[in-house]
Ligand binder design. Structure first.
Ligand code: GDP
Length: 319
């Protein structure tokens, strides 16, 4: 009997590379969907690559029908919350509509082949926006405050709808998760790469937006582990994936400078109001109790170690 086959959308990003590595190690045949011309520098060579745009529903549906995968991981998204204000309708289409089309495609594969297709939607803490409680759990009301969060909330709800219809569908409410493979468009890697450049004498200062925002920063490989556990669990569900501890952007800056051995760094940080977002959740912190209990999941790396790994890699890249 052939082994399981997985299909990963948005595989060119940080999570796609870790997820593909993990699945290949498990003996899974891994297929990826990436946009044409998109660099995927960390994607392992053993992944079977397909090019296409998730918003081309007919083409993606035909590809899925052809591959008939056992596991579908929807990582594809416009990932920048800040940029979602510049293109809210495109955000709705990719982060919302295309996810729903993929759910329907997976459902059709399950029907035609009369087999289980496990669907894993990568949702986001941004669906909670300015939450009414802290920490947030799967029971926390959705209250997004930006186009990104609203589009992700729609896909999250539709994952639940398909689950009710009988699809093995899980929505992973992922809090910020970081690694040395994080794009510098995100604040953590922007900080560690710039701090490393400052330590190497190649940069003078770091220019940031909101330093007071508090986020629950976790370790990206732990978060793809949660996705795989959800796909293999007896039934689908919604899962908050988080460490349970939040730190401010300012805390991250301080930890990164300390790790890089740079003292007297306060004057090296400048706030540019142009980098502030129209609305930005104040404090996002998740309660992953359900994932711990049902999936046996736990984060393996805490904040100081995450900062350390990222700064060390960026210092090496400087040398
Ligand atoms: P997000 O939570 O998925 O949007 O991840 P980001 O890493 O982009 O942003 C995390 C937090 O850092 C948000 O509250 C941002 O407003 C804040 N932040 C502060 N300065 C910056 C910056 O220069 N770039 C980015 N990307 N975020 C920043």
């Amino acid at each position: 009997m052939p082994g399981p086959r997985a299909f990963i959308t948005g595989a060119s990003g940080q999570d796609g590379s870790y997820l593909a590595e993990r699945l290949l190690a498990d003996g899974v045949e891994v297929h990826s969907l990436t946009l044409s011309g998109e660099p995927a520098e960390f994607l392992p060579a053993d992944v079977v690559r397909h090019q296409g745009d998730l918003t081309d529903v007919a083409a993606t549906r035909a590809l899925l029908a052809d591959l008939a995968p056992d596991e579908v991981y929807n990582l594809a998204a416009l990932s920048s919350v800040a940029a979602s204000w510049e293109d809210p309708d495109l955000n709705a289409s990719i982060n919302g509509g295309a996810a729903v089309a993929l759910l329907e495609s997976a459902w059709q594969v399950a029907q035609v082949h009369d087999k289980q297709v496990a669907f894993v939607q990568c949702s986001s803490a941004e669906i909670f926006g300015e939450p009414s409680e802290s920490p947030q759990s799967e029971a926390t009301p959705l209250r997004p405050v930006n186009p990104y969060g609203a589009a992700k909330a729609y896909a999250h709800l539709m994952t639940g709808v398909y689950r009710s219809r009988g699809l093995h569908a899980s929505s992973m409410v992922l809090y910020n998760h970081e690694s040395p493979r994080r794009s510098p468009r995100f604040v953590t890697r922007k900080i560690t790469s710039t701090v490393a450049a400052i330590a190497a004498g190649k940069a003078e200062e770091i220019v940031l937006g909101n330093l007071d925002a508090r986020r629950d920063f976790g370790w990206a490989p732990d978060y793809v582990d949660a996705m795989v556990r959800a796909a293999r669990h007896g039934q689908g569900n919604d899962y908050v994936i988080a460490t349970g501890v939040s730190h401010s952007v300012r805390d991250f800056v301080a930890a990164a400078f300390t790790q890089a051995g740079v003292s007297d760094w306060e004057d090296r940080v400048r706030v540019d109001p142009a980098l502030l977002r129209p609305t930005d959740p104040t404090d996002l912190r998740g309660d992953a109790s359900r994932a711990r209990t049902e999936l046996g999941w736990a984060p393996t790396l805490e904040f100081p170690e995450i900062v350390k790994q990222m700064v060390e890699t960026d210092l090496e890249l400087q040398s």
